[in-house]
Design a protein around this ligand. Structure first.
Ligand code: NAD
Ligand code: UGA
Length: 460
C-alpha cells in the first residue's frame, strides 16, 4: 500500500480539505480530480483565481500546489496511482422519482464507485468524504467488491480488496481553513474487522500529523455516516429554534438577542448557533435534514420524520415572514418600489449562494413586482446565475449605487463591512421614508434611527 492520496470531487470540500492534508503531509502526494475541466483549470490557474472563495485558501494552495498537491481531470491515472481514495462528490437532494425532494441523489456517488472499480489495479481504501445516507458504505462495498458485471470494462484487478470508510467533514464555509487546521474532532468510521482496523489506522495517520490524537474519534461505519447527518440536523434545529423565538419576541416586545445571550450563558446550552436571522442557507443543512427525514420515514419512524421536517418548515417560514413584515411596513404595496438586497451569499466570507435565504426573498419580492437590486462583495456572479430567469433584477458591486433611489434596504448577509458603511450618505440617496430591514441584527439600529431611517430587525 502506498501513501498517495486522491480525492474525487474538486468542490468546496475536496479542494480545501486536500490542500490542508497536502500542507500537513509534505511527504505524501495528494491529487484532486474532477470531471469538470473548467473547475480543474481554475484550481490550476496561474493567477490563483480559484473556483471557490475561502479566506486563507489561496495561501495554502500557493504553498502546496505543484509541490505535493495536483489538480487534474485524469481520474483513471489518479486511481491507479493512489491507494487511499477520498470521494467528495456532490450528493444533492433528489428531485425526481422515489424519494423526490427528500432523499439524496446518489447518482454521482455511484458513478464514482464504478470508476474506482474500473480503474483499480490493487487493494484500495475508499473514504466517504461526502455526506451520505446511513448504510451507503454497504452499497459502495457491494459495487466495489461484488465483482464486475457483464459488459463492464476492465478485467484487471479481480480479487482486489476495497475497504470502505466514512470520514465525514465538519468544516463550515467561510472558516474552512481554520476548521481544517484546528478541528474540534475528526471522525473516522470503519468496519470492525482486521482489514477495517488497518484501513482506519491508515486514515488516522494522515490526520495525526497535525490533529491531536484524542480529537480523532473512531466509530463503526454506520455511526459515522449517521453522526454527520445528526450533527447538521442539531445545528439547523438550533437556528430554527431561535428563529421560532424571534417571532414571539416581535409579538411581545422581548429582544431575541437578549434572550439568546441569556439562554447561551447556560453551560448546558452554550452560546453558539443562537443567532436569529433570515434562516439557514447553504448547500447542506436543508439537504441533510431532508435526508434524515427520508431515512426516518423509510424505517417507519414517522413522528421523528415529522419532528425534523418542522426544522425545515420553520426555516422557510422565516423568509416568508421577512417579506410579510416588509410588506406591512411599506403600506401593503411593494409594486414598482426599488429594494436593495445587501448581501446575497448564504453567510459572510463566502461567495456560495446555494439555498441562500436572499434568493428566496428576492423571488418573493419579484412576485410583488419589486425592482430588486442586489449587491454583494463575493457572490454577484452566482447571484446572476441563480436569478437568471428574473427580469427586473439588477446587480451592483457598489453598495452606495445599489442604495440610490431605493425605498428600502434589506440586509441579508452579515458582511463585516456593512456596519461601517456611511449610512448618512446612503440615507441621503434613498427615497423617503427610507427603511432598513436588518435581518442579521448587525447594524446599530439606534444610530440609523437618528439618521432618519425606519428600522426593522428580526426578533425585536
Ligand atoms: P461541489 O458541488 O462543490 O463539488 C462536488 C464536485 O464533484 C464537483 O466539482 C463535481 O464536478 C464533482 N463530481 C461529480 N461527479 C463526479 C464524478 N463522477 N467524478 C469526478 N468528479 C465528480 O460539492 P461540495 O460542496 O464540495 O460537497 C460535496 C459533498 O461534501 C456533499 O456530500 C456535501 O454534503 C459534503 N459537505 C460539504 C460541505 C461544504 O461546506 N460545502 C461541508 C461538509 C460536507
Ligand atoms: C454547516 C456546518 O456548520 C458544518 O459543520 C458542516 O460541515 C457544513 O454545514 C456542511 O455539512 O456542509 P455551513 O453551512 O458552511 O456549515 O455554515 P454555517 O456556519 O453552519 O451556517 C449555516 C447557515 O446557518 C448560514 O446561513 C448561517 O447564516 C445560518 N446561521 C448560523 C444562523 O442563522 N444563525 C446562527 O447562529 C448560525
Amino acid at each position: 500500500m502506498n501513501r498517495n492520496i486522491v480525492c474525487i470531487g474538486a468542490g468546496y470540500i475536496g479542494g480545501p480539505t486536500m490542500a490542508v492534508i497536502a500542507k500537513m503531509n509534505p511527504d505524501r502526494k495528494v491529487m484532486v480530480v474532477d470531471i469538470n475541466a473548467e473547475r480543474i483549470a481554475a484550481w490550476n490557474s496561474e493567477d490563483y483565481s480559484l473556483p471557490i472563495y475561502e479566506p486563507g485558501l489561496v495561501d495554502v494552495v500557493k504553498e502546496v500546489r505543484g509541490r505535493n498537491l495536483f489538480f487534474s481531470t485524469d481520474i483513471e491515472g489518479a486511481v491507479k496511482e493512489c491507494d487511499i481514495i477520498f470521494v467528495g462528490v456532490n450528493t444533492p437532494t433528489k428531485m425526481f422519482g422515489r424519494g423526490a425532494g427528500r432523499a439524496s441523489d446518489l447518482q454521482y456517488w455511484e458513478a464514482t464507485a464504478r470508476e474506482i472499480k474500473r480503474f483499480a489495479e490493487c487493494d484500495k481504501i475508499v473514504v466517504e468524504k461526502s455526506t451520505l445516507p446511513v448504510r451507503t458504505a454497504a452499497a459502495m462495498e457491494a459495487i466495489l467488491n461484488g465483482g464486475r458485471g457483464e459488459g463492464e470494462e476492465g478485467t484487471k484487478g479481480s480479487g482486489i480488496q476495497f475497504t470502505v470508510l466514512s470520514n465525514p467533514e465538519f468544516l463550515a464555509e467561510g472558516t474552512a481553513i481554520k476548521d481544517l487546521l484546528e478541528p474540534d474532532r475528526v471522525l473516522i468510521g470503519g468496519p470492525q474487522t482486521d482489514a477495517g482496523a488497518k484501513a482506519i489506522q491508515a486514515v488516522v495517520d494522515i490526520y495525526a500529523t497535525w490533529v491531536p490524537r484524542e480529537r480523532i474519534l473512531t466509530t463503526n461505519v454506520w455511526s459515522a455516516e449517521l453522526t454527520k447527518l445528526a450533527a447538521n440536523a442539531f445545528l439547523a434545529q438550533r437556528v430554527s429554534s431561535i428563529n421560532a423565538i424571534a417571532g414571539l419576541c416581535e409579538a411581545t416586545g422581548a429582544d431575541v438577542d437578549e434572550v439568546a445571550r441569556v439562554i447561551g450563558a447556560d453551560g448546558r446550552i452554550g452560546p453558539k448557533f443562537l443567532k436569529a436571522g433570515p434562516g439557514f442557507g447553504g448547500s447542506c443543512f436543508k439537504k441533510d435534514v431532508l435526508n434524515l427525514v427520508y431515512l426516518c420515514e423509510s424505517f417507519g419512524l414517522h413522528t421523528a420524520a415529522e419532528y425534523w421536517m418542522g426544522v425545515i418548515r420553520m426555516n422557510q417560514h422565516q423568509q416568508e415572514r421577512i417579506v410579510s413584515r416588509l410588506f406591512a411596513a411599506m403600506f401593503n404595496t411593494l409594486a414598482n418600489k426599488k429594494i436593495a438586497l445587501f448581501g446575497f451569499a448564504f453567510k459572510a466570507d463566502t461567495g456560495d449562494t446555494r439555498e441562500t435565504p436572499a434568493g428566496t426573498v428576492a423571488r418573493l419580492l419579484a412576485e410583488e413586482h419589486v425592482r430588486v437590486t442586489i449587491t454583494d462583495p463575493k457572490a454577484l456572479v452566482n447571484a446572476r446565475r441563480d436569478l437568471a430567469d428574473l427580469s427586473d433584477v439588477t446587480y451592483e458591486e457598489d453598495e452606495y449605487k445599489a442604495a440610490e433611489g431605493a425605498d428600502a434596504i434589506i440586509l441579508m448577509t452579515d458582511w463585516r463591512h456593512y456596519p461601517t458603511l456611511d449610512w448618512n450618505r446612503i440615507y441621503d440617496s434613498m427615497r423617503k421614508p427610507a427603511l432598513v430591514f436588518d435581518t442579521r441584527n448587525c447594524l446599530a439600529a439606534a444610530e440609523l434611527r437618528k439618521i432618519g431611517f425606519r428600522v426593522l430587525n428580526v426578533g425585536k
